[in-house]
Ligand binder design. Sequence first.
Ligand code: G3P
Length: 228
Amino acid sequence: MKLFIDTVDLSEIRDLNATGLIDGVTTNPSLIAKSARPIFEVIAEICDVVAGPVSVEVTAKDHEGMMREGRYLLGIANNITIKVPLTIDGLKTCRALADDGVAVNVTLCFSPAQALLAAKAGAAFISPFVGRMEDIGAEGMVMIKAIIDIYNAYNFDTKILVASVRGPHHVVEAAKMGADISTLPPAVLRAMYKHPLTDNGLERFMADWANTGQSILSSKKDINDHKI
Ligand code: G3P
């Protein structure tokens, strides 16, 4: 499963990208607003750091406006993915951009029926929002399973990008189902590697090691450094 990060925070992006675990970035108008930075500047900086797809969302509501904004945003870098909302104008824009060879991420998906339309419109990615579904008492992961079944039945190329992820449990469930990608807030990615037994175990190993009085680097002075 690929992992994207859902943020425009450059210091988080640099930090997490250095782990080699990050396959792409997703952004949205609310995240840009929270950063209080100019959209072109912040997206260009993200594209300089991350080689994978960087989703940036249009803000026009009509097809013509979306097309104009989309073409403009594509000028930022060659790894831009244009994000459009799951409206009829968004789907129309998706089809037109996809026909021009542009990768489109159809966002704000809350049902398998919507996901089917996005795939038929040529979306490179569909973003179903699991957390927001659960916020209203609906089953976010049931939606993911249904989308996977539909896409598999018809061999759609559209990648399922699980979004609105609230914790590692969503990522694990999505991975078990075979979803292509999850996009995670940085805190969720950090929560994925954290485990109290790892921390305790490491502490015990280090205490036992300290008692030996040894040091790995000074224990065998007669061998050359292994060339990595
Ligand atoms: O980028 C879209 C999505 O991941 C939003 O998540 O937490 O605002 O529901 P959230």
